[in-house]
Design a protein around this ligand. Structure first.
Ligand SMILES: C=C(O[C@@H]1C=C(C(=O)O)C=C[C@H]1O)C(=O)O
Ligand SMILES: [Mg+2]
Length: 471
């Protein structure tokens, strides 16, 4: 077999979905005749322009798994994917650094010019609760079929991966069968969510306040500077349903948040509406940021106040933010030749919340121009972990009455020369009728446990609002 060209692309006017699918089938079929055995992993992408189709609705209309969806904050990079052309995954408890290295090593072997989508758990040293089973320590999927919208251009692609020793004919046949199963209907039937039977909090408010006070005591003793404590809100619905409904019903199309969704098995999914970027890398160029310190509109002047101004004047929030900003700069130093962290802190207005925000641009040293090096350095920042890092991570395991799973972990995509990871906060994991929502707050000296409880409520309020939509 010839050395592969990465991408076979049919250049034409955008085709309607049905026609695009049959053309894609033909492209694969034409190529399948050239199939043989390979001595190295062989990855081929077939692509075609398709007429404007909402990727979320398209995903909703399919009955193949896994499913994923990704949208960046600017909404000029949207991808919906189905099926597994290839997967890089790992499922053993151990240090996060081992996970990062394994992904990097496997990715290098495959050297993909295209993207694998997935995520990592927050802390792989932690034994995970049952609802996280399908997500593993990490999972990155190269989908069989994907619909992407880049700068307004819609592209339908499929991927074929042949590993050494594999029968390529079987692979081609399997891909053709998968394409044949794609539903090209554009049905807009988005059912309402079922009723909620019960709602419970872990920890409850009393326990939360007790734990926060314990932490405040540690600050007094000078043992720690900052820690992020999270809460789990469990919603039990009266029946199971597709968690994708939360994305289809997310009402804030203008909001500057990522939208991340991964459904490894039918009706088991993790999703996140996070405002926070962990990093974006292109070769040796790195973009990252500090995002911490919160004020909600609702808590000032019955929603009429200026949350951004309030935040910029809050000594406690500025301090909370500074832990993240300073740590990022300090930890990037060994792996970067140039770091440009904005001097001034800004306020970023979201739907109901405002956050303190500073951007950072850096140049990676050649030996650190890879995602394993960057992930080891940045994750977890003190926006979701704490200061000092190791101590905070130990405390989180000890004090939180649940495991974090993928909550606050890096979620996003990775390819040969570039990657983008968001921080999986404002998130939920769903398993049939049970939905576990996660959110946390950064505690520093002077934090008020009651206000931090409310801050967490505000952070999951966008997700909860969806459960109250009537139609
Ligand atoms: C930990 C979360 O958010 C983080 C905590 C913040 C805070 O305490 O002010 C703000 C943004 C994030 O850094 C979360 O939403 O779960
Ligand atoms: Mg806060």
């Amino acid at each position: 077999m010839n050395k592969p060209t990465d991408i076979i692309e049919q250049v034409s006017e955008p085709l309607p979905m049905k026609k695009a699918l049959s053309t894609l089938q033909k492209m694969v079929l034409d190529h399948a005749n050239a199939a043989g055995s390979v001595s190295e992993p062989y990855l081929q992408t077939f692509s075609i322009a398709v007429s404007s189709t909402d990727p979320l609705l398209w995903l909703h209309n399919q009955d193949l798994y896994p499913k994923f969806f990704w949208s960046n904050r600017k909404k000029d990079d949207l991808v919906a994917g189905i099926g597994t052309a290839d997967v890089i995954e790992y499922d053993k408890t151990g240090p996060n650094n081992v996970s990062f290295d394994i992904l990097q090593k496997e990715l290098c072997k495959k050297n993909p010019g295209t993207r694998y989508f997935g995520g990592f758990c927050f802390n792989n040293e932690q034994k995970q609760d049952e609802q996280w089973r399908a997500f593993k320590s990490f999972t990155f999927v190269l989908p069989d079929i994907q619909l992407s919208v880049t700068d307004g251009t819609h592209t339908l692609s499929c991927h074929l991966m042949i590993e050494p020793g594999e029968n390529s004919e079987v692979r081609y046949r399997r891909l053709l069968e998968t394409i044949a199963k794609i539903n090209s209907s554009t049905l807009r039937d988005i059912p309402p969510l079922p009723e909620i039977n019960s709602r419970s909090f872990s920890p409850d408010k009393k326990q939360w306040i007790k734990t926060c006070n314990q932490i405040l005591q540690r600050f007094q003793e000078g043992l720690m500077g900052k820690i992020i404590l999270a809460r789990q809100t469990l919603l039990e619905f009266n029946r199971g349903f597709s968690p994708l409904l939360f994305l289809l019903r997310y009402p804030f199309s203008e909001s500057s948040t990522y939208r991340y969704y991964f459904e490894p098995e039918k009706n088991t999914a993790f999703f996140s509406f996070t405002p926070e970027r962990l990093y974006r890398r292109k070769n040796n160029e790195l973009l990252t940021e500090a995002l911490a310190g919160t004020c909600s509109r609702e808590t000032i002047d019955n929603g009429n106040g200026d949350a951004c101004q309030q935040l910029l004047n809050s000594e406690k929030d500025i301090r909370e933010h500074k832990f993240v900003k300073d740590t990022i700069v300090r930890e990037l130093e060994p792996i970067c030749s140039d770091i440009d962290m904005e001097e001034r802190v800004r306020a970023l207005q979201l739907n109901r919340l405002a956050h303190l925000y500073t951007q950072c641009r850096a140049e990676l040293k050649p030996e650190a121009s890879n995602d394993s090096a960057v992930l080891k350095t940045l994750h977890p920042t003190p926006a979701v972990g704490g200061v000092p890092k190791t101590k905070a991570l130990e405390q989180i395991i000890q004090l939180e009455p649940f495991s974090r799973g993928w909550y606050a972990g890096p979620v996003g995509w990775i390819s040969r020369n570039s990657a983008e990871f968001a921080v999986g906060i404002r998130s939920a994991v769903a398993k049939e009728n049970m939905f576990y929502l996660y959110s946390g707050a950064g505690l520093v000296r002077g934090s008020n446990p009651e206000s931090e409880w409310e801050e967490v409520d505000q952070k999951i309020a966008d997700i909860l609002a969806i459960t109250r939509q009537k139609r």
